[in-house]
Design a protein around this ligand. Structure first.
Ligand SMILES: [Zn+2]
Length: 211
């Protein structure tokens, strides 16, 4: 047998004592075996024509590939939480499709509602800064992500409350004639309250935003 072929047949660590030769019946304990996925001893392999050795070798490689793919299917299924009896191609693909769809939904929500202008690039001060997302779904733990979501929602509330305060000022200016002082003071007071509340919402760990 050519030396390189013998090397390939025996590249897995010998001696495979749990194996038995399909051709002569010798055990791995008694004779050196040809390989991890080859049920034949080295003596039988040496007496075979090379073409037959190649066939056995091919079968061994297919078995090895099959074992690898089974490992992949098992790992993917475990990650997806699919039980060992439900690991069909259809179940795995349905799970992956669902996961992709939920991820796309989450990212489209982030893009639609939680993008803010990014910081300007010092090297390109004239360029429009790239928008950034207030939520980091790639690098965050679920707890961190929820905290970011809480901050982002309070930021949105805060902007809405500030808009309300600004609207009160506008509304006051549009009042015909000279409204009574108590009325004007009351509206200013309400607007100040709203602005204070907006500020509280932006400050971490206050009663207003402790969820
Ligand atoms: Zn044999």
């Amino acid at each position: 047998m050519p030396e390189d072929l013998e090397n390939r047949l025996t590249r897995k660590s010998a001696p495979y004592t749990d194996k038995t030769c399909d051709l002569c019946g010798a055990t791995g304990a008694a004779k050196p075996m040809a390989g991890a996925n080859i049920d034949a001893c080295m003596d039988c392999m040496n007496t075979m024509p090379n073409s037959l050795v190649a066939c056995w070798r091919e079968i061994a490689e297919l078995r090895e590939r099959n074992d690898e793919m089974s490992d992949v299917v098992d790992s993917v299924s475990s990650t997806l939480g699919i039980g060992s009896k439900a690991r069909t191609k259809e179940t795995i693909l349905t799970n992956i499709d669902n996961m992709k769809r939920f991820t796309e939904l989450l990212h489209s929500m982030e893009r639609q509602f939680f993008m803010v202008p990014g910081a300007p690039d010092e090297e390109y001060p004239d360029d429009e800064p790239e928008p950034v997302c207030l939520l980091n779904s790639w690098g965050s733990t679920p707890d961190e992500y929820l905290r970011q979501l809480g901050h982002a929602l309070r930021e949105k509330q805060s902007v809405a409350v500030e808009d309300y305060a600004a609207a009160l000022h506008c509304w006051l200016k549009e009042q015909p004639g000279n409204p009574p002082k108590e009325f004007v003071d009351g509206v200013y007071h309400a607007a100040e309250q709203a602005e204070r509340h907006a500020k509280r919402l932006r400050t971490p760990d206050t009663d207003a935003n402790r969820a």
